[in-house]
Design a protein around this ligand. Structure first.
Ligand code: GAL
Length: 447
């Protein structure tokens, strides 16, 4: 009898042990995030900047100006990864303020930030727009812990790391690299008029004359947000002064009042004589629609236009660097950071982790018309234009974009935009140049 009881005791104990072991296994599975926030991450992470994904809930507000075809498509691809990589329990609030280059969004953002109502995260250009406006003023959280966890110092180019950082710490996550100095043209319109795409200003004006005579708008412009003409001007300065001369404009080494700048502004003025008459009432993508329809032959715009072509299924386009700027890459990057006092910071951190991940960037960029800020993306996922941009990014001289926040502080850019607004109407080169020279002094870059 005793041995029978002993047997029963042993069997029950064993069953209990097995049940306990199984329960532990289940628990481990539940405790593991559905998917690691970063592809390839070895283990679930803990702590303030990296909570376990399963714990995330509530709302995540992502503030941007991405509303057009390619912009919305890229953004959605990123959002679609969030439930799997972060948490299905977080509701993403897609807060947008339409208007290219963030012209309108920045005003809304500033009001909110100053009013103590920051979004979870917001789109901001790398460079001065990020650092001067938000970081040096103490409005952003440093992201050095996130960068260390993800090993990002090894996957983003040093030049990019440098300009998303302040006093040695990164403050935002770059999701892409865009190129501003691209001339886009309608291939059939060029072929029908026996034209070759122009590589120099002389060739540009010769082609423009032929097109004008044929009743076609040579250059489509949509500057109802004035940044679009400032961006054309920036490419003309680049093509006229060269990379070093252009870079010197932002460091005080190139004289804004000098003869070379005068010549560039004269070229810009001449270009403006070939644009559509309704330019001031159109957005950049409405101007691009003129190229798609063949009413216009060319437009000068950043490569988000390629995302726009893709979204509109338009393939009959060609591209080349704007006149005189071959071998130069006028660069900008969209980045996201963590504002101080942001609601639901854990959900934001997982979004930032996703935005900086290889998988996130490979999903976002082919649709957006940009290339990865990371250096390890799979180029075969990108189309022919973007593959050429990937190759150029590696070999070209990189210069910072004016109109998209990389080159100059926000106040300086605003002053240049305002001066360009006046110039597009009065076409007075002397007044424009003197205003530009003064703006550099007011920005405390020129003496
Ligand atoms: C840029 C931005 C791009 C694109 C473009 C037009 O400033 O970096 O992502 O959205 O504006 O809106």
């Amino acid at each position: 009898m005793r041995s029978w009881r002993l047997w029963l005791f042993l069997v029950l104990s064993l069953a209990l042990l097995l049940a306990l072991a199984a329960a532990c296994e289940d628990e481990e599975e539940e405790g593991t995030p559905a998917a690691s926030p970063t592809p390839g991450a070895a283990s679930p992470t803990t702590g303030a900047v990296s909570p376990t994904a399963a714990a995330l809930s509530g709302k995540l507000e992502v503030f941007s100006w991405w509303t057009t075809g390619g912009e919305a498509a890229g953004k959605q691809a990123l959002f679609d990864l969030y439930p799997e990589k972060c948490s299905p329990n977080v509701e993403i609030v897609d807060a947008t303020v339409a208007g290219g280059a963030g012209f309108n969004a920045r005003q809304v953002l500033t009001t909110r930030m100053l009013g103590g109502d920051p979004p979870g995260t917001f789109q901001v250009h790398m460079g001065h727009e990020l650092t001067d406006t938000w970081v040096t003023t103490g409005n952003m959280e440093p992201l050095d812990a996130l960068y260390a966890e993800e090993g990002w110092s090894g996957v983003f180019p040093q030049g990019v790391l440098d300009i998303v950082s302040y006093q040695g710490k990164p403050y935002s996550v770059p999701v892409n690299i865009h190129r501003a100095n691209v001339l886009w043209y309608n291939k059939s319109v060029f072929a029908d008029n026996n034209l070759e795409p122009p590589t120099t200003f002389d060739e540009f004006f010769a082609a423009a004359e032929t097109l004008k005579a044929a009743g076609i708008t040579p250059l489509a412009l949509g500057d109802n947000g004035i940044w679009a003409s400032a961006q054309v001007m920036e490419t003309v300065l680049l093509g006229s002064l060269g990379a070093d001369g252009y870079k010197g404009l932002w460091t005080g080494d190139t004289d804004w009042a000098g003869a070379e700048v005068t010549a560039a502004l004269e070229t810009f003025k001449r270009m403006l004589s070939y644009v559509n008459s309704d330019h001031s009432s159109l957005t950049w993508d409405q101007a691009n629609a003129l190229v798609i329809s063949g009413d216009a032959a060319m437009t000068i715009m950043g490569d988000w236009i390629e995302g726009d072509y893709k979204a509109k299924n338009f393939t009959d386009f060609g591209h080349l660097p704007t006149p005189g700027s071959a071998g130069m890459y006028d660069a900008l990057s969209d980045t996201f950071g963590l504002p101080k006092g942001a609601p639901n910071p854990d959900a934001v951190m997982c979004f930032l982790r996703l935005a900086g991940s290889k998988e996130g960037q490979e999903a976002f960029n082919p649709l957006k018309g940009s290339i990865c800020a990371r250096t390890d993306c799979d180029a075969s996922l990108f189309d022919a234009y973007l593959q050429s941009a990937i190759a150029d990014w590696k070999k070209d001289t990189i210069v910072p974009s004016l109109a998209h926040g990389a080159a100059a502080s926000q106040g300086w850019v605003t002053e240049i935009n305002d001066a360009a607004t006046a110039f597009v109407t009065d076409l007075n080169v002397a007044t424009f140049q003197s205003r530009l020279a003064t703006a550099c002094k007011e920005a405390k870059v020129c003496s």
